[in-house]
Design a binder for this molecule. Structure first.
Ligand SMILES: [Zn+2]
Length: 93
């Protein structure tokens, strides 16, 4: 069962900071650096939500600080990673 969420009008969104691993979020992919960031919690908690509508979102990328403008249809629903990349344990020398 997929829930639909409709956005209308213009939003000025702020990227969420720390994401809870395994939680679902709604966000965008930066048009400049292609990093994915979240702006909203997924209200279904299961990734079963479909953003729609004619709304636009102005969001500054938290990774590269590029100002982005997205359409509601650009919104992606994703699950936060359960492990952090780039934190490999050093094994010996
Ligand atoms: Zn970026």
């Amino acid at each position: 069962m997929t829930a639909e969420i409709e956005f209308r009008g213009q939003f000025r969104a702020t990227a969420l900071g720390a994401l809870q691993p395994a939680n679902w979020y709604m966000g965008f992919r930066c048009q400049a650096c292609h990093e994915t960031f979240a702006v909203l919690d997924d209200l279904t908690g299961a990734g079963e939500i479909e953003p729609m509508g004619t709304g636009t979102f102005d969001v500054v990328c938290p990774a590269c600080s590029a100002p982005n403008r997205f359409q509601a249809g650009d919104m992606i629903v994703f699950q936060a990673a359960t492990a952090r990349a780039g934190q490999d344990v050093q094994s010996g020398t």
